[in-house]
Design a protein around this ligand. Structure first.
Ligand SMILES: C[S@@+](CC[C@H](N)C(=O)[O-])C[C@H]1O[C@@H](n2cnc3c(N)ncnc32)[C@H](O)[C@@H]1O
Length: 173
């Protein structure tokens, strides 16, 4: 098994990016999966947006670190959740693509921070992402991950979405 604790640990998600990702979750989800929690920044933002009183009863946020005996997301058996919200590792890039594919085994509603390349380097993949309900792309500035060579964006997929995909450019605060 890969030592995933060593993979991409330098690129934990900054708080302001976590807040954007959490704010993209629609409705009142009962279960949100953060499949690769790392140091837990995204989990914290999700807990903040879907606060404590509701977490146990209605907003059960699963994390591999706290609730799962199996810590490798790739070995976790699919089970239904309302949303997957993730910043997976994408070194190597194929691992990021495999993880993105796998998110859809848990939910059709996915918010994933990914390299821009995922959208533009394969016509077949682009078509697949649109078919999966891609509805919003948020372009992140390079400064979001100092030292990273990869241009990133946040992809939002919503069950049943067809048609326009909106694009938003955000700046670091
Ligand atoms: C880019 S970091 C993002 C961490 C966290 N999601 C956040 O938002 O701050 C990717 C994380 O994925 C974890 N990771 C890598 N492979 C994994 C796997 N197979 N299962 C679970 N986590 C994994 C690494 O430990 C790393 O912390």
């Amino acid at each position: 098994m890969q030592n995933y604790n060593e993979i991409n640990h330098h690129f934990q998600t900054p708080q302001w990016v976590c807040d954007i990702m959490a704010s993209l979750v629609d409705g009142s989800p009962k279960k949100i999966l953060e499949p690769t929690p790392g140091q837990g920044n995204l989990v914290k933002a999700l807990r903040h947006h879907f606060p404590t009183a509701d977490i146990v009863l209605e907003h059960d946020i699963l994390t591999l670190q706290t609730n799962e005996p199996v810590r490798d997301f790739m070995a976790m058996s699919p089970r239904p959740v309302d949303w997957v919200v993730a910043n997976p590792p994408f070194t190597p890039m194929t691992l990021g693509y495999q993880m993105l594919d796998r998110f859809f085994s848990f939910s059709p509603n996915v918010i994933a921070l990914m390299p821009w390349l995922v959208l533009i380097n394969s016509q077949a993949r682009t078509a697949q992402l649109i078919q999966r309900g891609l509805c919003h792309v948020i372009h992140l500035p390079r400064t979001a991950f100092p030292g990273a060579r990869v241009q990133t964006c946040i992809l939002k997929f919503k069950e049943g979405h067809k048609g326009t995909v909106s694009l938003t450019f955000v700046e670091a605060p």
